[in-house]
Design a protein around this ligand. Structure first.
Ligand SMILES: *[C@@H]1O[C@H](CO)[C@@H](O)[C@H](O)[C@H]1NC(C)=O
Ligand SMILES: *[C@@H]1O[C@H](CO)[C@@H](O)[C@H](O)[C@H]1NC(C)=O
Length: 212
């Protein structure tokens, strides 16, 4: 638990640092010392809001996590790097061991964009984009089978599991991070899980044109 808190704090600090870098890059626009390529760096707030709760409407003007993840995959040409706690973009309504068991296809269609995000990753992988995935071990019943399916038969996709406890005695890789072409990124609370896109409240930031 302690370890998890520490890792969350580290990822929050990274997030803050990244926003500060972006802000200061934006402030320096026009000054000669600023690298010209950083001037375009921008950040947008993202949200996921449960779709079937009318009393909890989406905040107008805030982008949706599920859209932005598809844009990141869709715009990737040189690289796509993903850190993921676990994978569950596709629901498992037929698997009795899954929390999704028993949902009808109609309900799942209504729930979500998980399939669309998964498809955008497959499309990027099929375009030959070098994709690097670092993940935690995943959960029952299917653990890291989605990332394995994306990697299967595609040498441009590398999938690795980080066994955090082997290195630090405990904890998990809890980060949720996508970096496209080393300059556009998502960082936030939403996991690569269909529920994190349309069933859970989540907050994130979308960075564009922020070169490494
Ligand atoms: C690329 O990203 C922009 C927003 O940053 C989005 O409007 C566009 O649809 C994305 N393109 C693809 C192919 O996903
Ligand atoms: C990576 O994907 C391959 C191909 O599907 C799979 O055999 C392997 O188990 C996966 N590795 C990890 C760490 O998930």
């Amino acid at each position: 638990m302690m370890m998890m808190m520490m890792m969350m704090m580290v990822s929050m600090q990274l997030l803050l640092l990244q926003s500060l870098v972006c802000l200061s890059a934006a402030k320096q626009t026009g000054e000669q010392s600023a690298p010209p390529s950083s001037a375009s760096c921008q950040a947008w707030l993202l949200q996921s809001i449960p779709t079937d709760m009318p009393e909890l409407p989406a905040v107008p003007g805030v982008l949706r996590t599920g859209d932005v993840l598809q844009w990141l995959a869709g715009n990737s040409s040189k690289s796509l790097d993903i850190m993921s706690y676990y994978w569950q973009l596709l629901a498992l309504p037929k698997n009795p061991a899954s929390g999704d068991y028993g949902y009808s296809q109609q309900q799942l269609d209504q729930f979500g964009v998980g399939q669309a995000v998964y498809d955008s990753l497959i499309a990027a992988a099929d375009r030959g984009v070098p994709i690097r995935i670092v993940q935690d071990t995943g959960f029952s019943p299917d653990f890291a089978s989605e990332s394995a399916a994306i990697a299967a038969g595609r040498p441009n996709v590398q999938n690795r599991t980080l066994y955090v406890s082997d290195w630090w005695g405990g904890g998990v890789l809890h980060a949720k991070l996508w970096i496209s072409n080393k300059k556009h990124a998502y960082v936030g609370s939403a996991n690569n899980d269909w529920k994190s896109l349309t069933q859970v409240k989540e907050l994130g930031i979308y960075f564009t044109d922020c070169p490494a």
